[in-house]
Design a protein around this ligand. Structure first.
Ligand SMILES: [Zn+2]
Length: 132
């Protein structure tokens, strides 16, 4: 009976077996489909977990360095030594003066110079004008 089912030009995305039947089929069995999706989901979950972990670490570093009631200027070197990653932030607040505040949730910073940033904590972020 299997000989009546035409070969599919594609192979199973999980095990590589030749597929039979519909040309839009991607997997030879439910097991292969489930294995494929479970592995892909695990990869995606792991990726998001690592990003969230980096964002939370950045936020913690900013909050730890900031004074409670005023803005604090720190060196980029200080942030890097604590493990801060400048590639990760949740959003950017653009100021009317063109300045960009990079935020990690409720804490942010802007560049004061090539070597220093000013940290802005939650209370003060609320006062910042959002222009976009
Ligand atoms: Zn398969």
């Amino acid at each position: 009976m299997l000989t009546n089912i035409p070969n599919n030009p594609n192979s199973c995305q999980e095990c590589g077996r030749v597929l039979r039947g519909r040309t839009d089929k991607k997997f030879c069995s439910d097991t292969c489909r489930n294995n494929h999706h479970n592995r892909k989901n695990a990869h995606d979950i792991n990726l998001r977990r690592n990003i969230n972990s980096t964002l939370n670490k950045n936020r913690r570093i900013l909050c730890d360095l900031a004074h409670f009631d005023k803005n604090q200027s720190v060196t980029i070197e200080q942030l890097l030594r604590k493990g801060f990653s400048f590639s990760f932030f949740t959003h950017v607040l653009k100021q009317p003066n063109g300045q960009h505040i990079h935020c990690c949730y409720d804490c942010g910073y802007y560049h004061q110079s090539n070597s220093r940033v000013v940290i802005i904590k939650r209370e003060n972020l609320k006062k910042v004008n959002i222009t976009n």
